[in-house]
Design a protein around this ligand. Structure first.
Ligand SMILES: *Cc1c(COP(=O)(O)O)cnc(C)c1O
Length: 460
């Protein structure tokens, strides 16, 4: 690496001249310059000015075993030397995707024993969308092809991912979505529950919105429902316990397939290997990516249930779909090593039994009482902090989102990386966080909230 030969200013100039960033306002970026992260170790990232920042987002929900794991670099190096690439088309494949598929099937909830590989969550959801429609066509019901999703869902950023997702801003720039996808209300009690409505009742009401959409189209026109077990990019929205079992009951009743997008929750984040187990659902497909390699390589895996796989194998006919890098041997070798490390270190059990509950307690005890905080919530190592102007009425600061951005900027100043979506602060740290790391995060977040509050009161 030779970036050290450049000053930060030079790097920022080159970046502004040549590099278009994802999900970025390029006018703002030009004015402010980009923040360069240059190295990382364990739970910390370091920027080009040498600041140490505790990474409360695990990169982008993915670096679950933390940074600086030599074993993963070694696995990639060995695989590149032996066989850097070969495809899985035309009845060929290579050993690592084969073994990884077996490993994933062993970890998966029962009934999901086949895997289709891609390089990103968006690609995997594209595969999932085509696959469920192909399934119903093979079953002789090609008109059973509507997909029900939810407002504010995030299912990726390709045309299919954006269409499946429920982000209005993204739809606005799409210029035509994939047809026959509809979006119903999300299970977000903090803003959508009625006065006096219990969490249980709210969850049942949000699930009924799925049934209403099925009945509106007619069950023989609806292929599947897709949802993130916990809505991630939409603001770590954790549904009431009543929601998923009721959604599942409704889907079964109308013979509608259930697709879970576990691109964030897959591989341990909620304290189980898959959030399907955390929430007690048995889906027909599970989309996974991010943590599969802890972000060390781009890789996604769509887990396919036995009903769909059985039909593919029984009816035959080519499924005209796949990617050059489906089952990339290097990415799969890294994933195998990543899963091996997670098992060896017992990270999933640790989140379930120790750090997950401790993280919840930290949020409740140290953050929940702050005057700017309307609610804290978490499941496993995935958490949210709602920023409000008035704790009692939950009224937000104006303009919406501005207070959370202020909290985020102070947090980064205090050495704490977290994200703001709308007025919700979100956290999704590496699963290697210990109680001490959680304490450190609590201190830094509390300081950021104090600083933001001082600014906001001054401005008011
Ligand atoms: C990140 C994400 C995706 C998209 O994954 P990419 O690898 O960015 O394409 C899809 N679904 C969910 C739930 C995600 O969080």
């Amino acid at each position: 690496m030779t970036y050290q030969n450049y000053s930060l200013k030079q790097l920022q100039q080159i970046d502004a001249a040549h590099h278009l960033h994802p999900f970025t306002d390029h006018k703002d970026l030009r004015a402010a310059g980009s923040r360069m992260i240059v190295r990382a170790d364990g739970p910390f990232v370091y920027d080009s000015e040498g600041n140490e920042i505790l990474d409360g987002m695990a990169g982008l929900w993915c670096v679950n075993i933390g940074y600086g794991r030599n074993e993963l670099a070694e696995a990639a190096y060995q695989q590149m030397k032996e066989l850097p690439y070969y495809n899985s088309f035309f009845r060929c494949t290579t050993p690592t995707p084969t073994l990884l598929a077996k490993k994933i099937a062993e970890l998966a909830p029962k009934g999901l024993s086949q895997v289709f590989f891609g390089s990103s969550g968006s690609e995997a959801n594209d595969t999932a969308l085509r696959l469920v429609r192909h399934f119903w066509a093979l079953e002789g019901k090609p008109e059973k092809n509507r997909i029900i999703s939810r407002k504010m869902a995030y299912h990726g950023s390709t045309v299919a991912g954006t269409s499946l997702g429920g982000m209005e801003g993204m739809h606005g720039q799409l210029g035509g979505a994939v047809p026959n996808i509809v979006h119903v209300m999300m299970p977000y009690a903090f803003e959508l529950s009625l006065p006096g409505e219990s969490d249980h009742d709210f969850g049942m009401r949000a699930a009924r919105a799925v049934e209403d959409a099925i009945l509106e189209a007619g069950p023989d026109k609806v292929a599947a429902f897709i949802g993130e077990p916990v809505m991630g990019a939409g603001g770590v929205k954790i549904p009431p316990a009543s929601y998923w079992p009721e959604v599942q009951r409704i889907c079964r009743k109308h013979d509608v397939l259930l697709m879970l997008d576990e691109v964030i929750t897959g591989y341990g984040r909620t304290g189980h290997w898959f959030a399907a187990e955390t929430f007690g659902v048995e889906p027909d497909t599970i989309t996974t990516a991010k943590a599969l390699t802890s972000g060390y390589q781009p890789l996604s895996a769509l887990l396919v249930g036995d009903r769909i796989a059985g039909t593919l194998q029984e009816k035959g006919g080519e499924f005209y779909h796949g990617y050059t890098y489906s089952g990339h041997p290097v990415a799969c070798a890294v994933a195998l090593k990543n899963l091996e490390i997670m098992e060896k270190e017992g990270l999933v059990e640790r989140v379930r039994d120790d750090t997950g509950p401790y993280f919840a307690e930290m949020l409740r005890e140290r953050i929940g009482g702050h005057p700017l905080v309307g609610e804290v919530r978490s499941v496993g190592l995935m958490g949210a902090i709602e920023i409000v102007g008035d704790k009692r009425t939950r009224e937000r600061f104006q303009p919406v989102g501005s207070a959370a951005v202020l909290v985020r900027d102070h947090a980064i100043g205090q050495g704490m990386m977290m994200r703001a979506t709308g007025d919700t602060m979100i956290l999704s740290p590496p699963l290697i966080w210990t109680r001490q790391t959680i304490d450190l995060a609590g201190e830094r977040i509390a300081r950021a909230l104090d600083l933001a509050e001082a600014d906001l009161r001054k401005a008011a």
